[in-house]
Design a protein. Structure first.
Length: 401
């Protein structure tokens, strides 16, 4: 998409200046002519960083996609055409990114482009999975029902991810706050007592000497400490960008007690639900595996799924690489194996997805119940150590007076 500024005249000869977006100058001229304007001049405008729409994260969330697909399906079932439905949805949406995408989709539809191919031009809004499923639905003439099924798919995916994120939000916030509280105590509170201890020349206990040493080092080397923290953060981000390091981190995430179970179950639910939905909409199994891999976050699960695809291409069992891998639970591999043998793989995957979607909630609650006391105990020990380091010598000083 590009932006164009134009000078045109209306039916009465009045000059009109404005700006619009189109794929190229020819399309921009056609849009103006369709509005009844005579184009005098048109030229492309390069957007600067200050004029571009900036988004934090995805411009269109899964929960918004659920509503969009539900409304899309309902309007089509009410007898409206796809073009009219897109027009209505564009007018009522408050999401700028979706509004912009629907504007161009409507133009493409009026020019004879299919809905799937129109959506394919906006990958930040419409995922590859959604586009491929809609393409299959257009071919089979089942667009209304497919949109409703896609809505259910995105709704289940959203609920699963929400449960995982909510279980991690509490410990992350607590650790973040605790870090700054401890830093404040060591850098600003503890140094206030150093002068008093020096004046009395008291014989300080070991715990106080240790805390004062840490405090003195932080005060004297706060810039170095900041650089170390930033270095660790940059190193962690770099490790996530490197495939080999990322694989080992994802492997570790699966092996951590309790937390690993949550990661595994959420990935099993996502993998099974996506594969089942794609196969239900007649997407070929090899293509369905490739599309499913793109939705998975854990490289261990993703690479095993790639091995399953290779096994299928070689004429072997789809489930064999999963059976040989420790990350896949016995129940998952057995149900997939039964599905392969009986020709009901889609149904078996759907049952696996349903089971793990429900089980993610239990795993999330277990993680919360375990982390809460651990965090409280850890924070109590750290803060308690700092407080004791100050209080114990003060009692000794008072006893000498």
């Amino acid at each position: 998409m590009a932006s164009f500024k134009y000078v045109a005249s209306d039916f009465y000869g009045h000059e009109i200046k404005g700006r619009l977006e189109a794929f190229n100058a020819e399309q921009a001229k056609k849009l103006l002519k369709d509005e009844g304007y005579k184009v005098e001049n048109i030229e492309e405008v390069k957007d600067s960083i200050w004029t571009k729409d900036l988004y934090l994260g995805k411009p269109f969330k899964n929960r918004d996609m659920v509503v969009f697909l539900q409304q899309f399906s309902a309007l089509l079932k009410a007898g409206l055409t796809v073009v009219d439905t897109i027009n209505i949805l564009r007018e009522q949406t408050k999401n700028k990114a979706l509004n912009k995408a629907l504007y161009y989709i409507e133009i493409d539809l009026r020019q004879g482009t299919s809905l799937a191919n129109s959506m394919r031009k906006h990958p930040k809004i419409f995922s590859t999975i959604l586009v491929n499923v809609i393409h299959s639905a257009e071919m089979s003439g089942s667009l209304e029902d497919t949109l409703e099924e896609l809505s259910a798919y995105y709704n289940k995916q959203h609920k699963t991810m929400t449960k995982v994120k909510s279980s991690l939000a509490y410990p992350v916030v607590v650790m973040f706050v605790a870090f700054f509280v401890v830093l404040f105590l060591l850098m600003y509170v503890v140094p206030q007592f150093v002068t008093m201890f020096d004046q009395f020349g008291a014989d300080l206990p070991g715990i106080t000497k240790f805390v004062l040493a840490v405090s003195n080092w932080l005060v004297a080397n706060w810039l170095l400490f900041l650089l170390i923290v930033l270095g660790l953060a940059v190193g962690f981000i770099a490790a996530l960008q490197n495939e080999k390091s990322r694989y080992h981190l994802d492997q570790l995430a699966l092996k951590v007690p309790v937390f690993g179970q949550l990661v595994m179950k959420s990935n099993m639910a996502n993998m099974s639900r996506t594969l089942s939905s794609l196969m239900k909409n007649a997407v070929p199994i090899i293509q369905a595996i490739d599309l499913t891999k793109d939705t998975l976050k854990n490289l261990v699960i993703k690479q095993t799924l790639e091995q399953s695809k290779s096994s299928l291409k070689q004429g072997n069992s789809f489930v064999r690489p999963m059976k040989d891998h420790w990350a896949f639970p016995f129940m998952v591999t057995q149900m997939i194996a039964v599905g392969e043998k009986t020709g009901s793989l889609e149904e078996m995957l759907n049952q696996v997805a349903t089971f793990y979607e429900d089980d993610v909630d239990t795993a999330a609650e277990q993680l919360k119940s375990l982390l809460e006391p651990l965090l409280i105990i850890s924070l109590s020990v750290i803060v308690g150590t700092i407080v004791l380091a100050i209080v114990v010598p003060m009692f000794d000083l008072y006893s000498q007076i």
